[in-house]
Design a protein around this ligand. Structure first.
Ligand SMILES: [Zn+2]
Length: 173
């Protein structure tokens, strides 16, 4: 095996380095994301806190998917410019958007994330759980954080793999 980079003209090597730096930046974002899910999102265990995130929610009380029902179904609001109605479950971290006024949040949650442990509580508020039940739920949440971050990292590495492969093919042409 020889080091393919030896064949790369200096300019291309610089470009490559720039891209590596960008990946490093993403790694920092991963840390931030990890902190977000572990610390800030912890408060989303509580329905009242989730309800507060729906301040600019596009559906009012006349709709099935109103702030009240969304929070009750375990969701908190994570709007972006492209997805102003993006929401996330505090426990399974399933993200959903594209809501219709008649959509029932609980039914949608069940349909898209049937194994979510929150659904097994049948709407019982976290405040009424025993300490043991609460800790069990938090363990599930922590497991899901790890899975989510792992999945994001996997996708990131797959994208990098494709990029590097394309680069190598281009060089060997
Ligand atoms: Zn869920």
């Amino acid at each position: 095996m020889f080091d393919l980079r030896l064949l790369i003209p200096l300019k291309r090597l610089q470009d490559w380095r720039c891209r590596s730096m960008r990946n490093l930046k993403t790694a920092t974002n991963m840390e931030e994301l990890s902190r977000f899910y572990s610390e800030q999102a912890f408060h989303m265990h509580f329905e009242s806190k989730r309800r507060k995130t729906f301040q600019n929610w596009p559906f009012d009380k006349t709709c099935s998917c109103n702030p009240e029902t969304m929070a009750k179904a375990g969701f908190f609001h994570i709007p972006t410019e492209q997805e102003p109605d993006g929401v996330c479950c505090f426990l399974c971290f399933k993200e959903l958007d594209g809501w219709e006024p008649d959509d029932d949040p609980w039914t949608e949650h069940k349909k898209h994330s049937p194994k979510c442990p929150f659904l097994k509580l049948n709407g019982k508020p976290v405040e009424s759980l025993t300490v043991e039940e609460f800790i069990r739920l938090e363990i599930e949440r922590q497991k899901n954080i790890i899975n989510k971050l792992f999945d994001m990292k996997r996708k990131e590495l797959e994208a990098l793999n494709t990029e590097v492969r394309r680069e190598m093919e281009h060089l060997l042409d």
